[in-house]
Design a protein around this ligand. Structure first.
Ligand code: FES
Length: 153
């Protein structure tokens, strides 16, 4: 199958790879780079477990072709902490107990960071709406929204 070179920055590190043109960003991250924090829930854009930031914007990495990301800056859940210091939203998820099984959590946190950066945090309803692409089967929405709200200040 046709393949292409792509050079992109992932969590601050420049990476150049040759991949099958059909490879999703999610598979690139998980299979090629060993960054398994981004989860594959549905692999069809319906759950948000694979959410990462591309040039600061939230995307479902399962729906994004890796070869389209020449020169892009990608941030995954692995890139949020500052050394041993968790990102404030990661800490807020712990403080608010905003997960049960944890499978959706990386996507929820990355999406929450995006939501805060976009400024969609005026009310719990607004956060809920702008986080609506991230499904939590355990139903932790109230605590997730609280963690985002608290972090947004
Ligand atoms: Fe990408 Fe579900 S795995 S949206």
């Amino acid at each position: 199958p046709p393949s292409s070179h792509v050079s992109l920055t992932v969590n601050g590190t420049r990476r150049t790879v040759t991949v099958d043109n059909r490879t999703s960003l999610l598979d690139l991250l998980r299979e090629h780079f060993g960054l398994t924090g981004s989860k594959k829930g549905c692999n069809a854009g319906a759950c948000g477990a694979c959410t990462v930031l591309v040039d600061g914007r939230r995307v479902n990495s399962c729906l994004t072709l890796a070869v389209r990301l020449e020169s892009a800056e990608v941030t995954t859940i692995e890139g949020l902490a500052d050394g041993d210091r968790l990102h404030p939203l990661q800490q807020a998820f712990i403080d608010e107990d905003a997960f049960q099984c944890g499978y959706c959590t990386p996507g929820q946190i990355v999406s929450g960071v995006g939501c805060i950066q976009e400024g969609h945090t005026g009310s719990p309803e607004e956060i809920r709406e702008w986080m609506s692409g991230n499904i939590c089967r355990c139903g932790c929405y109230v605590k997730i929204v609280r963690a985002v709200e608290q972090t947004a200040g």
